[in-house]
Design a binder for this molecule. Sequence first.
Ligand code: AMP
Length: 205
Amino acid sequence: MKLLIIGPQASGKGTQADLIAKRLNIPHLSSGDMLREEKRSGSELGKKIASIIDKGELVPDELIWHMINHHLKQHPEGWILDGFPRRLDQAKLLDRHEPPEKVLLLEVPDAVGIERIAGRRICETCGKDYHIKYKPSKEDGVCDADGGRLIQRTDDYPEAVAKRLADYHKQTEPLIHHYERKVVRIDGNKGIEEVWKDIQRRLSN
Ligand code: AMP
């Protein structure tokens, strides 16, 4: 199955995409995770990426497509894409190579997203994500996977968040119309378990 998951910042895309990937046995391809991994590596490309994403700006299409396409080619059986496409041009690029079968749209009001972002944390060393209230680590401030320090993403600071939300409404929302007949709307303003149940029900229809 070839799936997209779209929705505003902190709508739960990453969490739900992980669950879907496990259930369908397909990879969860997150453009944001790929970029953050390159940033953590400290490479020249990683430094360039950091200067863009830390301000909440979008990286150039060629760069992100190069990364995504590399993974798509390795998984002809299917995938769930999270964070890509983010603009109409990116969607058209994807459609030419690998048209998605369904597009899950996670809907949450901006105010809810902003409240969730304030509690979001990420492991400094491995990138695993947490939320202080909804998805806490076992030990406060410490990653369950590798013991790394939990920090706030630089692009989760309020100024960058405002920019990213505005970009979502202006640049990503047009994808809903573009993929109209493939879109499955999910109310993301519920707990993780409830949203997951809704997704399973809708995917099996
Ligand atoms: P995310 O984890 O999806 O919120 O992505 C984090 C950041 O990575 C975004 O704010 C952008 O700076 C960058 N990014 C992720 N996906 C894309 C994309 N498809 N096109 C351009 N920039 C992206």
